[in-house]
Design a protein around this ligand. Structure first.
Ligand code: UD1
Length: 457
């Protein structure tokens, strides 16, 4: 094992402003990458900290713009939040307002999930609707219907979701069936039920590892949640929760992204800490494509160079199916596989926009409805590309690592939202990648040995 050297000790995720990434592709990666804590756990655990009037000491928190924004949402509610390296301290002993700020909630869907914990703590919550985003409409009807089943009055007026418990009492335990196993709705309702009167049962619950992580966090504060990680979750309400010291699970999507980075550049890399059980569909698909992956010990994966990449079929599904968040990175990989692949996006309605940008790099992808037909090509060639959302951006960076010549990636604000210093981690693995402040008009170099560079940020 070749442990990674430590990354720069930035306090917050780097600011994207007008920066772009320059990537000189075609260079294999090598070495060890340290996987950060899970974004989707961190955000919802921060919302869960509102349930507790004691100190929440949260470890292994990834350095992300989204975490920073969620911290701002909590601060706006009057909660004490401090962040040092990968540790967050939250004290919600006093929540001074039940109204979350519009500008922040609309930028960060996960902050809406705090409606469950605010309502449980205060008996009232006013949350701006998060709105749609680049990948689809993203409604919150399941969150609302579940809270109503628990006795809340919920009205949506002027773009705000106003919820309160009539009579000022507590929410009541209920039996709730989710039409679709929504991650966010499961988390909202699980948090709300934690301090409710009586027992709540959530059927057809989301089974994502981050749901189980939130439940473990709540249980460590004294909640009584059983079955998280399965499709039936039972929550017995308790009067209050106590202080906690908790460490977030490793990010399975960041892990998957680095696995694809290794696969697309035909590299040997080592990744830890990871929880291989959270990556079953991702590892299975990579092996099917021809990428050797070895589990080295309980929390470490070694990826070896593939001889050939083979085409495959992928359908995104709720966990434990193939994760929609890995769809774009796999599309980048399959552009270089031998034969025709089909990718069916069945979780979100508009999550194939990266296909046209990958085509700018020389890929051959046709999109029809929610399916992408990917005809493998022998090589990609660098070009300017634009990221439209978080995972689409990751896919374009990965494609850039494999493409010959220079790829200039715009859309760093998407990457910084959800990846903990992705460019720096890739740099440590030997990628020729540079964050620069303005869009340059560089000479193309094919070997990356002497890249033309403007001001670094
Ligand atoms: C979470 C993740 C996101 C991931 C997604 C699916 C966080 C912060 N984000 O998002 O990275 O891509 O899970 O794994 O954890 N739906 C409804 N009504 C609702 C809620 C959802 O119809 O009230 C639908 C959505 O439109 C979508 C599907 O359910 O088609 C799944 O969405 P959901 O699981 O809720 O995603 P998020 O929790 O928003």
């Amino acid at each position: 094992m070749n442990p990674s050297t430590s990354l720069p000790d930035a306090k917050l995720a780097p600011q994207a402003d007008s920066s772009v990434l320059q990537i000189w592709g075609g260079h294999p990666l090598q070495g060890h990458v340290k996987i950060s804590g899970a974004k989707n756990s961190a955000l919802v655990i921060m919302a869960g900290a509102l349930l507790c009037s004691g100190d929440c000491h949260i470890r292994n928190v990834p350095m992300l713009a989204d975490v920073e924004k969620m911290g701002q949402v909590l601060s706006a509610l009057g909660v004490n939040v401090s962040h040092q390296d990968d540790i967050l301290d939250i004290n919600a002993s006093s929540i001074t307002t039940s109204k979350a700020p519009y500008e922040l909630v609309t930028q960060l869907r996960a902050s809406f999930f705090a409606i469950g914990s605010i309502l449980a703590r205060l008996g009232v919550a006013q949350m701006p609707l998060p709105g749609g985003c680049a990948i689809g409409a993203r409604p919150v009807d399941l969150h609302v219907r579940g809270l109503q089943a628990m006795g809340a009055e919920v009205q949506i007026e002027h773009g705000i979701c106003n919820a309160y418990v009539p009579g000022g009492g507590r929410l009541k335990g209920a039996k709730i069936y989710l039409d679709t196993p929504s991650v966010g709705a499961t988390e909202t309702l699980m948090m709300a039920a934690t301090l409710a009167d009586g027992e709540t049962i959530i059927e057809n619950a989301a089974r994502e590892p981050e749901v189980a992580d939130l439940a473990n966090f709540c249980n460590a504060m004294g909640a009584k949640i059983h079955g998280a990680g399965t499709s039936i979750i039972t929550i017995v309400g308790v009067p209050q929760l106590h202080s906690v010291d908790y460490s977030i699970i490793p990010d399975r999507i960041e892990t998957g992204t680095f696995l694809v980075a290794g696969a697309i550049t035909r590299s040997e890399i080592l990744l830890s800490p990871v929880i291989p059980d959270h990556l079953i569909p991702v590892i299975a698909k990579l092996r099917e494509i021809g990428v050797p992956i070895i589990e080295e010990g309980p929390d470490c994966l070694r990826l070896l160079p593939a001889e050939t990449l083979k085409a495959t079929y992928i359908e995104t599904l709720p966990h434990p199916g193939f994760p929609t968040d890995m769809q774009a990175p796999f599309m980048a990989l399959l552009t270089l596989a031998e034969g025709d692949s089909i990718i069916n996006e069945s979780v979100f309605e508009n999550r194939l926009r990266h296909a046209s940008e990958l085509n700018r790099l020389g890929a051959e992808i046709r999109v029809k409805g929610n399916a992408a037909f990917v005809r493998g090509v022998p090589m990609l060639s660098g070009a300017p590309v634009l990221g439209t959302d978080l995972r689409a951006s990751a896919a374009l960076v990965l494609a850039g690592l494999a493409a010959e010549g220079l790829t200039t990636f715009q859309g760093l604000h998407h990457l910084d939202r959800g990846y903990d210093r992705l460019d720096l981690k890739l740099l440590q693995l030997g990628a020729k990648i540079k964050r620069v402040q303005e869009i340059p008009t560089p000479e193309l170099t094919s070997n990356g040995s002497n890249p033309p560079v403007t001001t670094s940020t």
